[in-house]
Design a protein around this ligand. Sequence first.
Ligand code: PMP
Length: 405
Amino acid sequence: MDIDKIRAEFPILRRTIYNHPLVYLDNTATSQAPDSVVNSIVSGYTQTKANVHRGVHTLSMEATELQEGARRRVREFVNASSIEEIIFTRGTTEAINLVAASYGGEFLKDGDEIILSVMEHHSNIVPWQLLQRRKNLKIRVIPVNAIGELDMEVYKSLFNERTRFVSVCHASNVLGTINPVKEIIAIAHSHGVPVLIDGAQAAPHLKIDVQDIDADFYAFSAHKMYGPSGVGVLYGKKKWLEMMPPYQGGGEMIESVSFEKTTFAELPFKFEAGTPDFISIAAMHKAIDFIDNLGIDNIAAHERKLLDYTTARMLEEIPGMRIFGTAPDKCAIISFLVGNEHHYDMGMLLDKLGIAVRTGHHCAQPLMTALGIDGTVRASFAIYNTIEECDMFLAALRRVAAMLG
Ligand code: PMP
């Protein structure tokens, strides 16, 4: 693959930071967007801005077609069986909140149990805790082993006759671990329990096939997959979505309204109250095209090369290097600490050298507690990163470690 050609599509990568070329290694938090995505947003504002689904005029019909074309594209991207199963949300967080509030509010009862994992992002913990304020639910937690994989034996042992739901991530935003979601779902289904998969970190790197893994719900965000901010997707099996009550009320989600009785729109609109972020939704279509044109397997192979190269050199060249998450099956995410140096100090100094990494607890405080630390430095890679950038990162890291050490 011609990475230079790909980089040329991302103007932001030409920025300099403190007179150093930007080395953007914070892709787990958000990835950059190519020209095609930015141009779609510009044309959304300059050519087709009109509210969707309500107009007979040309602009409104064009805006509606752009949004619904994106829905068809997302359906294909995750291999859902119908577009009724594709709900646009603000992102992964809103998608999980929707399921916790609507499915959880309707079907979970006092005394029921749900299973999460210790590596979950706060977005897949707090919505369930909010539900706990309304219902007396027990949350049971799958631990991780020494290399950062879920302990599947413990997982199996957590099921009992009160277990009603499982919600786990496809890939960890801290450890990078890719979880065996198909097996996780099969085990839950053998107990008659539905599963939500938080795919925020998987969507940019892994092939998603919701029918193959048999997910009941699958959530992801466009901004982490070369797309715009403000939009994400909840896939849900039609049989559940049909039974679930609306999450929010408002325009778009109704069939008819009177003060005596309101009836709701068909799927997927029942779950899309209010004007959606139709300009970002149309731009998400371009992000999926970008990924598919390159091929997700090619993206993953390139990122794997960067991951292996950088991991080996970090361990070899930097005394006191500790990497959290060394599962063989992992995304290109390296969470690390060096000796007793504080992650925040390292991140600040790396920034002065043009290297953008993230520091802190990465919205995964229960995982930090389990690891016995309060945060890490995290470098994460995308298709546009190069071996030369890995070298710049390693050189900067050596300098910072020596300075602080
Ligand atoms: N889950 C995981 C695994 C994540 O990495 C993130 C984002 N860091 C989220 C959920 C939340 O995504 P968003 O902020 O786009 O809703």
